[in-house]
Design a protein around this ligand. Sequence first.
Ligand code: UDP
Length: 334
Amino acid sequence: MTEEKRPAVLVTGGAGYIGSHAVHALLDSGFPVVVVDNLVTGFRWAVADGATFVEGDIGNAALVGRVIAEHDIGAIMHFAGSVVVPESVSDPLKYYDNNTGRSRALIGAAIDGGVKHFIFSSTAATYGMPDVERVSEETPTVPINPYGRSKLMTEWMLRDAAAAHDINYGALRYFNVAGADPEGRTGQSTAGATHLIKVAVEAATGKRDHVAIFGTDYDTPDGTGVRDYIHVWDLVRAHVLALEKLIAEPEESFTLNCGYGRGFSVLEVLDAVDRATNRTIERRMAPRREGDPGIIVSNNAKILETLPWRPERDDLDTIVGDALAWERKLQERG
Ligand code: UDP
C-alpha cells in the first residue's frame, strides 16, 4: 500500500494491553495514530510516543466527533472495554454499558464523522461452550456470560450499521491472548490479573506465591483446561492486515477467529514457565472455576485464507518468554 493511502487511525483503548501493541504495529506500518483512552485500566506511558493521545471516554460522541474531524480519521480500531468474565457476571450492566452502550456511541460518531473502516476487538467468548473440537466462525454464537453477550451485541450493531451505511468492518474474535511486544516496548500491565500466563509469570517472578489450577477433572489429556494461546504481537499484526483489507475492499466486511488452531493445557503452560526460569512454581489444585469450558481451540482456516497473515511467534516457549521478559521489566520499574 502506498504511503498516501494510509488513513489516520483512531485507536480506542490504546493505553491498554492489546491496544498499546496495536498502536506500535500501526506506527511501524506507517499509519498515523490517535489514541482515545480514559485511563481507567490503561496507562499513559503505554502509549507509543509517535501517537497523539487524547484522554477521554469513547462514550462521549461529541469528543470522538471532534477527534475524527480534527485528525481526519479514516479508520477506527476499537479495543476499549471491560474484559473480566467473572466481573461481568456480578456487574453485568457495567459490561453492557462499557462494551455495548459505548460501542453504540462510538459507531454512531464514526458514521456521522464519515469514518470508512472499523476493526472491532471481539472474543471467542461469543461462542460460549461449543461442542466442537475446533471452533469455526460458522459455530453458533451462544455466549454464556454477560461479557460474551456484550461483545456479540456490538458485532450485531456493526453488521447492521455496515449494511445501512458507508462503512465496512472486521470483527476479530480473539482466543487467549498472551505475551508482550518482542522489543519490550509494552506488555500486560494492569494489576489484578486473572489470565493464566500472566498469573504464572507473576508467580515465577515472586509477585505471587503459587498458581491455582482451576480443575483437574476435565475431559482433556491431562484433566486441566486447554486453550488456544495467541501471541499479542501476531494478533496485532493481524489487525493491521485486516485494516489493509478493509481499505482495499470497501464493500467487504468479515469476522475472523484469531488463534493458532492448537491448544495447550494449564499444566503444559506451567511447565513452559518452569522451563523458562529453571525453577518450579508452586501449583495448587483448586476446583473448577464457574463457567470455564474444558477446551476452546480455534479453527483458524478462515483468517489464513482471508489475510496474508502467518503466525510468527506461536511457539509456547516464545509466548511465555516474552511475557516473562515484560513482567521482569514491569517489576524493575516498580
Ligand atoms: N486457569 C488456571 N489458573 C489461573 C488462571 C486460569 O487454572 O490462575 C485456567 C482456566 O481455568 C482455563 C485456562 O487456565 O482453563 C485459561 O484461563 P484464562 O483465565 O487465562 O482465560 P479464559 O480462557 O478463561 O478466557
